[in-house]
Design a protein around this ligand. Structure first.
Ligand SMILES: [Zn+2]
Length: 88
């Protein structure tokens, strides 16, 4: 799967299976887009939920948010890392 070209305008439903990586005080936290899509309006787009993302630990806005294909990748003979798209 190639990274969605216009990820910010992509409906969450089209990004199923990908993850958001939030970088904040606890390092990286991964949130499945499927989870966001389930809690949001069916036609919500990625840009609609990005502004509401908060760190679970300090409740501040994450320093950066990336859309990634496979958070389980290790890069050491494990699963392929896939693409990473820095959003903020
Ligand atoms: Zn934090």
């Amino acid at each position: 799967m190639a990274p969605p070209t216009f990820a910010l305008n992509a409906p969450l439903a089209d990004l199923g299976g990908t993850w958001l990586a939030l970088r904040c005080c606890k390092g990286l936290t991964y949130v499945p887009v499927n989870l966001l899509a389930g809690a949001a309006h069916p036609e919500a787009r990625l840009r609609d939920v990005l502004g509401r993302m908060r760190c679970k630990a300090c409740h501040d806005r994450p320093a950066s948010i990336a859309l990634i294909e496979n958070p389980a990748a290790t890069g050491n003979g494990g699963p392929r890392q896939g693409w990473v798209l820095l959003l903020t």
